[in-house]
Design a protein around this ligand. Sequence first.
Ligand code: FEH
Ligand code: ZN
Ligand code: ZN
Length: 346
Amino acid sequence: MRALRLPGWGLPPVLTDVEQPAPRELEVLLRVEAAGLCHSDLHVLDAGPGDMPFPAPFTLGHEVAGRVAAVGSAVTGITVGERYVVYGPWGCGECRRCVAGRENYCDRRAELPWAGMGLGRDGGMADYVLVPAARHLQPIGELDPVQAAPLSDAGLTPYHAIQRCRASLDDESTVAVIGVGGLGHLAIQILRALTPSRVFAVDVREEALAVADRCGAHLSTRLSPDTGRILRAASGGSGVDVVLDFAGSQSTVDLAAAGLRAGGDLVIVGNGGGHLTVRKPGPLPPGGRISLPFWGTLPELAEVIALGRSGALHVEVERFPLSAAHEALARLRAGELRGRAVLTPG
Ligand code: FEH
Ligand code: ZN
Ligand code: ZN
């Protein structure tokens, strides 16, 4: 089978032929129909030896959907030929967090030689992917796998971030979404579907702001030195109640802190490396809370897929055959993609 592999840290990815795995005991083999690209794939490709807490080589791809091709001898409840999306943050499977379906916060994460599917373990930018356990599969029914795959990361990550502050969002609340890419455009849709809050979108690209408008943002504004003032004015002078920063760069973290309302939530999702001094008094308002959410939980993936199947979420997708994976990565790196790039091996 074909697979896009990271052959070693600091080396370019290669599309190569590898042996097709056979599922044993509790494993499930999925024929991949869609594998999304993520900025984290670029972080992995740019990492040098020791930068990531897991070894190379491995096959990339942590945002995957497809049909079950075969099951191991001990698998129950999974139907060959049925379509599923894969929950990607595979944990140890035994600690209290994993047993509760919160494998994204596995208590033994530091001991594991992987961070998840396509992150130290072979992922789904390939013709087939081996899934370690049936619990990692969520049925998608009639949902297009090209829509479902991005929901397992670009959808699940903002959903999880929003769930953590959703209780405070009422019809007088305001939420700023900074970065309207693969995750940001779905964050806007999730906020509009699940909360009465007003949503303000910020990005550097005009075409991304047009996507934000299509996704239901009440205001979309281009990132500039004036953005903090614009957000504060749009929120009636108090500042915004929640900032979801999908870039996590120094400029966006600084903007987020400056535009946050007293008692507000600053949620840093992007891995852009921006940092903030947390001190009293300091750049954050009184009562300000910071969270650094990572991916999402198994139950939340089922909720996101249900939202997708209800028609409440539409993923802006650019499709590429697996053979064009390098072109897709180059377009992602150049910031030229509209929405999410999805490889379709079939
Ligand atoms: C994956 C690996 C490491 C950091 C962040 C991520 C996200 O793309 C997962 O949603
Ligand atoms: Zn990702
Ligand atoms: Zn665990």
